[in-house]
Design a protein around this ligand. Structure first.
Ligand code: MG
Ligand code: MG
Length: 254
């Protein structure tokens, strides 16, 4: 298996600074999303904030991706490209943002409801976000990697939702995607032993219907096969001797 790097306390501080920029973007965007706003307007606001903080948008140019944000609406799961599309009441929008500051990457995603969203879809959002926190709680030194996966799966499956298989969480650090891969389903007690200093991006992608997904002809946008809605929540975290530390925490940002 590919080497899993352990970050020093100093590196984790740098990861936290990068993560804070991403968290600030999410707080900013949560105030901008409303019916009528275009996805490109959100992207421009995100890029301006990242650059104002002296950081750079990690996704822009990554494998040729053209924008700062991945913005995925309704049945779009991940990797949606910002367009002139206007958000409407009843939509849900998944916003995934990466920022690189002083050589370290923060990566975080949220799914937001726009206006009046049906209770069934709000439950999908709530359950997916809860599963992320269950995964984070399992990310402790000495546990096994797939304890994280299992914690997420166990929270989702009783609802009958579909957990996306093709995409998963990942190590994060100087690069956006580092070892290990962190699936959102798996066997408790399996996988490598988790160590302090690991930095991971945990990111359940959960569909209201089938778990199956397809990629559109733009080569990027992933949608559910049955075109029912999908939710995505992600945090970058560090495993520390004192438990998991959320690097992209929004709770202390106004
Ligand atoms: Mg992400
Ligand atoms: Mg990620």
């Amino acid at each position: 298996m590919e080497h899993i790097s352990r970050k020093s306390a100093r590196e984790i501080e740098l990861m936290r600074a990068a993560g804070r920029v991403v968290a600030e973007v999410h707080v900013l965007l949560s105030k901008l999303v409303e019916p009528g706003v275009t996805l490109l307007e959100l992207d421009a606001a995100a890029e301006a904030h990242i650059r104002k903080r002296g950081a750079s948008p990690t996704f822009k140019g990554y494998k040729g991706f053209p924008a700062t944000l991945c913005v995925s609406v309704n049945e779009e799961v991940v990797h949606g490209i910002p367009s002139k599309r206007k958000l409407q009441s009843g939509d849900i929008v998944s916003i995934d943002c990466g920022a690189t500051l002083d050589g370290y990457v923060g990566d975080s995603a949220v799914t937001l409801p726009i206006g009046d969203v049906s209770p069934a879809i709000l439950d999908l959002l709530r359950t997916t976000e809860e599963s992320l926190y269950r995964g984070i709680e399992a990310a402790v030194d000495g546990a096994r990697l797939h304890d994280i996966s299992y914690a997420i799966q166990r929270h989702i499956e009783p609802k009958g939702y579909g957990i996306v298989r093709e995409y998963c969480g990942h190590g994060v650090g100087r690069r956006l995607h580092e070892a290990p891969q962190v699936p959102n389903y798996g066997l408790a007690g399996s996988g490598p032993r988790i160590r302090s200093g690991w930095c991971l991006a945990l990111e359940p992608m959960v569909n209201l219907g089938t778990h199956e997904v397809v990629t559109l002809s733009d080569g990027w946008t992933v949608v559910t096969k049955d075109r029912r809605p999908s939710a995505h929540f992600e945090h970058s975290i560090a495993v520390t001797d004192h438990g998991p530390l959320i690097l992209t925490d929004r709770r202390e940002i106004q």
